[in-house]
Design a protein around this ligand. Structure first.
Ligand code: VGL
Ligand code: ZN
Length: 202
């Protein structure tokens, strides 16, 4: 059984948003067009308190894209984004939501960021998604959404680590791209055995 995992297609990651991914809204139509091909559809939603320590504004003297050491290692600092209950945290209005069956919110603990849909950035704290997918007999994942080099990458890599067959839908992802991070992410995913395909091949 296969599942579609739609990562963080939220206003703040789309053009005009607080952490806009170039072309972020272009993932929406390929994703909408794929919904009918899946019986299991999961979405993730970046969901931070305003006190979140991944926000540069919560570190004196720091700017977005600086890094800090957190308990679990290096953390990139971001502009405030996807604050719980704000419009920026809402899903993009063009994304068709009705068929989705589970929404995993992540990044709600102020001192741990969470890129992956499976584990927070300490790589230990679970979101519960693995248990859900196991209970539904899912063995293969198709991943699309935002951003290729952060939440999509970590979701795909953790999916492989947990033993899923993982497919990245290349026309249904867009990246932030900090100093070549998209190319690096694509390489890391391929090395980990993530299969690359387009939405027309699903
Ligand atoms: C993301 C940075 C911070 C993402 C989330 O969805 O890729 N990136 N929070
Ligand atoms: Zn975030």
């Amino acid at each position: 059984m296969k599942a579609l995992i739609i990562v963080d297609v939220q206003n703040d990651f789309c053009p005009g948003g607080a952490l806009a991914v170039p072309g972020g809204d272009e993932v929406i139509s390929p994703i909408n067009n794929l919904l009918g091909a899946f019986n299991c559809i999961v979405q993730t939603q970046d969901w931070h308190p305003s006190s979140h320590l991944s926000f540069a504004s919560n570190h004196k003297g720091k700017s977005p894209y600086d890094t800090v050491e957190m308990k679990y290692g290096e953390q990139v600092l971001w502009p405030d984004h996807c604050v719980q209950g704000t419009e920026g945290a809402d899903f993009h209005e063009k994304l068709r939501l009705e068929p989705s069956q589970l929404i995993i919110r992540k990044g709600f603990r102020k001192d741990i960021d969470s890129y992956s849909a499976f584990f927070e950035n300490d790589q230990t704290t679970v979101t519960g998604l693995h248990g859900y997918l196991q209970a539904r007999g899912i063995e293969e994942l198709y991943v699309g959404g935002l951003a290729t080099d952060f939440c999509v990458k970590w979701t795909a890599l953790d999916g492989r680590k947990l033993g899923y067959k993982v497919n990245l839908i290349t026309d249904a992802v867009r990246g932030i791209d900090i100093e070549g991070s998209v190319e690096k992410a694509m390489h890391e995913m391929k090395e980990a055995g993530v299969n690359m395909l387009t939405s027309s091949e699903v």
